[in-house]
Design a protein around this ligand. Sequence first.
Ligand SMILES: NC(=O)C1=CN([C@@H]2O[C@H](COP(=O)(O)OP(=O)(O)OC[C@H]3O[C@@H](n4cnc5c(N)ncnc54)[C@H](OP(=O)(O)O)[C@@H]3O)[C@@H](O)[C@H]2O)C=CC1
Ligand SMILES: CC(=O)[C@H](N)C(=O)O
Length: 257
Amino acid sequence: MNLAPGTALLDKVAIITGASEGIGEAIARTLAIDGGACVILASRQISKLTDLATRLIAAGCPEDNVLPVQCDVSKLEDARALFEKVINRYGRVDVLVNCAGCMYYTLMKNGQTEEWARQIDVNCHGVTNMTGVVLNHMIEHRRGHILNITSDAGKRGFAGLAVYSGSKFFIEGFTQALRQEVVEYGIRVTNVQPGDVATKLASRSTDAEARTKYDGSEAGHRILDPEDVGRTVLFALSQPLHVALNEILIEPQAAPI
Ligand SMILES: NC(=O)C1=CN([C@@H]2O[C@H](COP(=O)(O)OP(=O)(O)OC[C@H]3O[C@@H](n4cnc5c(N)ncnc54)[C@H](OP(=O)(O)O)[C@@H]3O)[C@@H](O)[C@H]2O)C=CC1
Ligand SMILES: CC(=O)[C@H](N)C(=O)O
């Protein structure tokens, strides 16, 4: 591809959930700075989103191209309110990146039911809520790209991550079906499936037994940086309209599944 830096997504309006840190923050930065997109930064912690917006503007992103919005993706009313804000400000949505997610290492025998439920709420309901609120708009305009950050745990179940793996398998099945439903409207649906990425995701686990036994992300090999996923997302979103990158498995070279 022969695109000048900063123009691949010029004039595109992209919602990025989970943008307050980690992979979502890197995606937002890449789409805004390297892609030239208008980015809507969505997550629960509005102070982190406004801080990121300030940093993006300092890095050269036009002020009008960034909008931080507080949104808990597991709540349908929040997803609806986010969509309304974006339509009021920009009049359209071209791209939805579903990145918000949570993961807890836990052994099923330890019965951490609250963490099971939270993973399903955010990883599954979050994706259906957000997809649901943008879909009819994309259908009406016969354009759009929905990109989900799933995981290599959506391709094989990982011990210590039974509910998390199940939640990512859910997104994979959901996506395969959705893609068939929207093909006639010119809408593309991509799943980016990362292996271990250097973020705080795993550190939120409270089941020490499970993490000690199964978290291999600190095994000594080099894992991915969030920016590696950011570049991959920009690549997928920058393809010509007749090209669909439906799945991208991106893993540390040292740790294939
Ligand atoms: N790190 C890794 O190794 C891998 C991560 N992934 C996936 O990437 C995605 C991002 O993970 P990562 O960046 O590592 O994790 P982080 O914990 O660093 O970031 C998680 C992000 O999700 C947001 N979030 C959590 N719950 C909600 C919610 N209810 N509503 C809206 N936003 C929410 C958080 O923002 P806030 O707290 O402000 O709401 C934060 O921005 C997840 O879907 C994860 O499954 C996939 C493969 C590998
Ligand atoms: C299976 C994994 O641990 C992966 N790094 C993820 O966080 O999804």
